[in-house]
Design a protein around this ligand. Structure first.
Ligand SMILES: [Zn+2]
Length: 343
């Protein structure tokens, strides 16, 4: 793994290399894409940006590169890990368009790379390094950690992968620092993304956040540990993301989830723990239903025959790395293995 800045990356000569630009929310990843575009232009390399199909923010369909004396808008092609053919088609079309200049789609940028299922998306990126007889540089751009501070699988994989050039972007913490007086944000190096939820007037004075420079959101609470990971800003009006330092990062409920996990591990026999036993133990917890749902959706557990059980850990058939669910399970819809309150 190589930590670098984009300026140090040799965009022109990169056989077998992948790029990953990772960092917390609002830390300047877009301006880094800007730099990639600049460099590609200087080197006369074809540049093709992609935005994720499931991204509902609506402002990512165009990449606006406005630097110095020019202002270029480049429309992004949409991509989805379930439809690699479409990605290849966009590249073929770009190759065709660029051929008259003696160029081809060389630098391929994929925004919001934490959103696709990495098990499907990484093989696509790997294939694109040499596609249609041409050496290309696929660059994944996205959050490196989720709102809990856990590394996304794609960044865990790419940062551990030989031949990946990793560029880390860090912004500045936007949490209010009360010790600095009102309306002063902390300003320390932001390495985490804080997810906050608006609670309609419920005042939480220790958690006012500055959003986007001057807009302050009061009455927000930090999202609990069992909130679903994949949630795009703007998809839900009451959800905001703020870059914060590790000192101001809050994920309430982590200890409770840990406690339930520990109880589960200490009481496992014949592979599982009866759901009723967990309910009896934790019936005082208002959020037990939400936690059980999260544990079975994202926490590596499942419910079978009335018992909470660990999901099978298997090896990915193509890439050989460990995954928490078997490929069969991923392909199959298994709503019965996910906790619903009437169980
Ligand atoms: Zn801070």
């Amino acid at each position: 793994m190589v930590y670098a800045t984009i300026r140090q990356v040799n965009l022109a000569n990169n056989l077998g290399v992948l790029g990953f630009i990772g960092g917390c929310m609002n830390a300047g990843k877009t301006s880094e894409i800007d730099t990639v575009l600049d460099r590609a232009n200087e080197l006369q390399l074809g540049f093709l940006p992609f935005s994720y199909e499931g991204d509902t923010r609506g402002n990512t369909k165009k990449l606006v590169a406005g630097r110095k004396d020019r202002n270029i808008e480049i429309p992004c092609k949409s991509y989805h890990e379930d439809n690699p053919e479409e990605i290849y088609r966009h590249i073929d079309e770009a190759d065709e368009r660029l051929r008259k200049d003696g160029r081809y789609a060389h630098v391929l940028v994929f925004d919001e790379a934490q959103l696709p299922d990495y098990k499907k998306f990484i093989p696509i990126l790997q294939k694109l390094r040499e596609y249609n007889g041409k050496s290309r540089l696929p660059i994944a751009v996205g959050l490196d950690r989720d709102f809990r501070g856990r590394m996304y699988e794609i960044s865990r994989f790419l940062e551990g992968e030989q031949g990946t050039v990793v560029v880390k972007i860090e912004g500045f913490c936007k949490a209010h620092a009360s010790e600095k007086g009102p309306n002063k944000s902390c300003g320390a190096l932001a390495t985490r993304t804080q997810r906050v939820i608006s609670r309609g007037g419920l005042e939480v004075p220790e958690f006012p956040f500055v959003i986007g420079g001057d807009k302050t959101i009061y009455g927000c609470v930090p999202a609990p540990h069992w909130d679903e990971t994949r949630q795009v800003e703007g998809a839900n009006e009451a959800t905001y993301y703020v870059p914060v330092c590790s000192h101001h990062h809050r994920v309430p409920g982590k200890d409770l989830v840990r406690e339930i996990y520990d109880f589960f591990n200490n009481n496992r026999c014949n592979g599982g723990v009866p759901l009723q036993k967990i309910r009896d133990e934790f019936n005082r917890e208002d959020n037990l239903d939400s936690i059980l749902k999260w544990l079975t959706l994202e926490g590596g557990l499942e419910i079978r025959e009335g018992k909470l059980r660990p999901r099978e850990v298997t090896v990915h058939p193509v890439d050989g790395y460990l995954i928490a669910q078997s490929p069969d399970e991923i392909m199959r819809d298994e709503p019965e293995t996910i906790y619903t309150p009437n169980q």
